[in-house]
Design a protein around this ligand. Structure first.
Ligand SMILES: [Zn+2]
Length: 242
């Protein structure tokens, strides 16, 4: 199905990226899919970016953020990760659909406008070079570059490096896992992040383990703030990392 959609989309570009229905020239999503998108608009937890059922007021934190403060300062995502938003991520990641990336970057810039405005430097969650080679490009870097350009901010794709593709976590307790995961990333250019407010960009935020490791590395290198902006957030029921 996905292959067929990809083929149709490649032959005739004016199709909805989510459902492949025809759309007007320059549109990325049809009206029906647009209505199904679950936007993570305010009110959200100022730290986790997760939605509140009611508006508790400016800057209020969720119980989860208070009981288990993350390594980053503030996180925002444009959309809940679901069957519709997943299609955009896949069209971009596996279908080489640059217009999907541009659409995602626009929604992210909107959801994270305050984070972008208050950032000194914007950088992507890095891919290990072996994956970079297989996929040919880092989609997080594409998103970060376009968000930085639109916001008039510095873009530093080389500041943070991934040293290992997938660190072995078997047999380690929570603290050891975090330390081990942290070794997967290193700040290659401390001058680009020391004393700076950093905005870290990725396509999807899941458990937060990767972003936690990046935030730890950036703060160790002297970043004064690490905010996180993703296109989609996997909004699972709260499960503390024990
Ligand atoms: Zn559609």
């Amino acid at each position: 199905m996905a292959g067929w959609r990809g083929l149709v989309a490649a032959l005739t570009p004016a199709h909805c990226l989510a459902c492949a229905e025809p759309v007007e020239e320059s549109a990325c999503v049809c009206a029906s899919c647009w209505q199904k998108l679950k936007f993570l608009d305010e009110p959200v937890c100022n730290v986790l970016g997760t939605p509140f059922a009611y508006d508790p007021g400016e800057g209020v934190l969720s119980p989860q953020a208070l009981s288990h403060p993350p390594a980053w300062d503030r996180a925002r995502a444009a959309l809940v990760f679901d069957d519709v938003s997943k299609e955009f991520v896949h069209a971009f990641k596996y279908g080489d659909r640059a217009e999907a990336g541009l659409f995602m970057a626009r929604l992210m810039a909107r959801a994270g406008r305050r984070l972008v405005a208050e950032a000194d430097v914007i950088l992507p969650v890095p891919l290990h070079w072996t994956r970079l080679w297989k996929r040919r490009f880092n989609q997080a870097a594409f998103l970060a570059q376009h968000i930085a350009k639109a916001g008039g901010k510095a873009f530093e794709p080389q500041a943070l490096k991934r040293l290992r593709a997938t660190p072995q976590q078997v047999g380690l307790d929570a603290e050891a896992r975090r330390k081990n995961m942290r070794k997967a990333f290193a700040v290659a250019r401390p001058d680009a992040v020391a004393g700076k407010a950093v905005l870290l960009v990725d396509d999807v935020r899941t458990t937060g383990a990767t972003i936690t490791a990046c935030a730890d590395a950036l703060k160790s290198a002297g970043a004064v703030r690490v905010d996180v902006l993703t296109f989609a957030l996997v909004n699972e029921p709260f499960r503390p990392h024990i």
